[in-house]
Design a protein around this ligand. Structure first.
Ligand SMILES: [Cu+2]
Length: 135
């Protein structure tokens, strides 16, 4: 079949393109002075309120925390960061709808920050954690 021939010819090319794209992504994500870091976490309501992470270890510089909320959640949630002069919150998600909340902050080396959900009562109920920045 002609389509088989085409597949056989194209497959190595596609693999090469994929390998090059991966290489480019690795280069772009490699360490550099103004590198951006994205940390992903999920809002959880099973067994009390919490985030999918309790402690985040990261490097200093610009860090974006992205919290995902599934549509099965019964409450709105958001992600916020405070400490060392920072006090910043992302927008709230809507209960019953899949959504995300994100916040971007500039973290200092060797410092410790708190991330939490700013919806009243949620922090006290367990939606809180620590960000440790490598020195
Ligand atoms: Cu919450």
């Amino acid at each position: 079949m002609a389509s088989h021939l085409i597949t056989r010819r194209l497959l190595p090319l596609v693999s090469l393109a994929a390998a090059l794209a991966l290489f480019a992504a690795l280069l772009a994500g490699g360490p550099s002075a103004d590198a951006k870091t994205t940390i992903r976490l999920r809002a959880k309501e099973s067994g009390g309120l919490s985030f999918s992470k309790k402690t985040i270890r990261t490097r200093g510089g610009k860090v974006t925390l992205v919290m995902k909320a599934s549509k099965s959640l019964n409450l709105p949630h958001a992600i916020a960061v405070e400490g060392n002069g920072i006090d910043k919150s992302g927008k709230r998600t809507t209960q019953g709808k899949a959504g995300r909340s994100k916040v971007t902050v500039t973290l200092k080396k060797g410092k410790t920050y708190t991330f939490y959900c700013p919806v009243p009562g949620h922090r006290g109920a367990g939606m809180v954690g620590t960000i440790r920045v490598r020195g």
